[in-house]
Design a protein around this ligand. Structure first.
Ligand code: HEC
Length: 283
């Protein structure tokens, strides 16, 4: 009985932790379109990844030759994805050392091989959703060392390396919060607009008679909607590729799973009929 109470209180405790964290204003992740079974999407993701991310990050547990599994030939890998004398069998390493990364960006660029898996929340949204959101929530902020900030990862040490692919955008952030005014609690709404060049304007208005709760909303406006739409699709491909990379056998595992279930189904019917015929004459 004591064990049971202990167990239940642990469960309740961990549930309340999760809820209060959600209320703490973590930026909610967008749902990445599922393109794990789409080889063309995975190949596009691989191309964007190798061309834009390996400058700073490594993917040390990934070999270029593994890209055959998403339908690329050695010829395609060699012509499109290899630059400085690497061979198809090589690992995806980089020239920049961790020390250089820390010096230039204030933080080392982490290895990305299993990033998608490590960001996935237990029974929550998959890590591909985080990557999809992270790469689409950069905004210009001249107060930061890199000139960029990020909603999903505030104060990230990484600049928005794909900014030209996404095109210019404007962010409007609206924060409703409680403040103290003349010793009395009061509410105010602060609206901050971050322009595409990084300059921002902020406007504070008092909310008289407000009896709601604190809130924070963010809205992006793409100044080149067509470019931004293409970017969203490319980031879905990239997130899918990074999800695949974090666990390349998952596609095969699912295929094998289907055959195993099919086999079990057929075996069940055989065992059932066999059982019936064994017992037919036994009374
Ligand atoms: C100019 C160097 C640079 C390039 C290029 C770059 N990154 Fe980063 N990235 C960093 C640094 C530095 C960090 C560590 C940031 C920190 O911890 O503040 C980082 C962190 C990350 C993280 C971890 C974020 C987190 O929540 O911990 C992810 C995911 C990521 N990068 C993905 C990418 C992808 C995908 C690309 C290619 C499109 C890319 N990066 C290109 C420098 C770079």
């Amino acid at each position: 009985m004591k064990m049971m109470t202990k167990f239940l209180s642990t469960v309740v405790l961990s549930l309340t932790c999760a809820v209060s964290m959600a209320a703490g204003g973590e930026y909610p992740w967008d749902k990445a379109p599922n393109r794990l079974n789409d080889n063309a999407a995975l190949q596009n993701g691989a191309k964007i990844f190798v061309n834009n991310c390996l400058n700073c990050h490594s993917a040390k547990s990934m070999r270029y030759s593994k890209l055959r599994e998403i339908g690329l030939t050695d010829e395609q890998i060699k012509n499109n994805l290899l630059f400085t004398g690497e061979r198809v069998g090589d690992m995806m390493t980089i020239a920049m050392t961790r020390a250089d990364g820390t010096m230039w960006f204030g933080a080392a660029a982490p290895d990305l091989t299993v990033m998608a898996r490590s960001k996935s929340l237990n029974a929550g949204p998959p890590g591909g959703d985080y990557i999809y959101t992270y790469l689409r929530t950069f905004y210009r902020d001249t107060t930061k060392p890199t000139g960029w900030n990020n909603l999903a990862f505030p104060n990230a040490g990484m600049p928005h390396v794909l900014w030209d692919m996404q095109g210019p955008r404007e962010l409007t952030s609206t924060v409703v919060k409680q403040v103290e005014k003349d010793g009395q609690p009061a509410w105010e709404k602060v609206t901050t607009v971050y322009g595409p060049e990084g300059y921002w304007t902020s406007n504070t208005e008092p909310l008289v008679g407000y009896n709601g709760s604190a809130s924070e909303t963010h809205r992006f406006k793409a100044l080149d909607p067509q470019l931004a739409r293409q970017y969203d699709s490319d980031m879905a491909d990239l997130a899918a590729f990074m999800t695949w990379m974090s666990d390349p056998s998952q596609l095969k595992r699912k295929q094998i799973g289907v055959w195993v279930l099919l086999f079990l189904g057929i075996f069940f019917v055989i065992a059932w009929r066999l059982n019936a015929s064994y017992w037919k004459h036994v009374k």
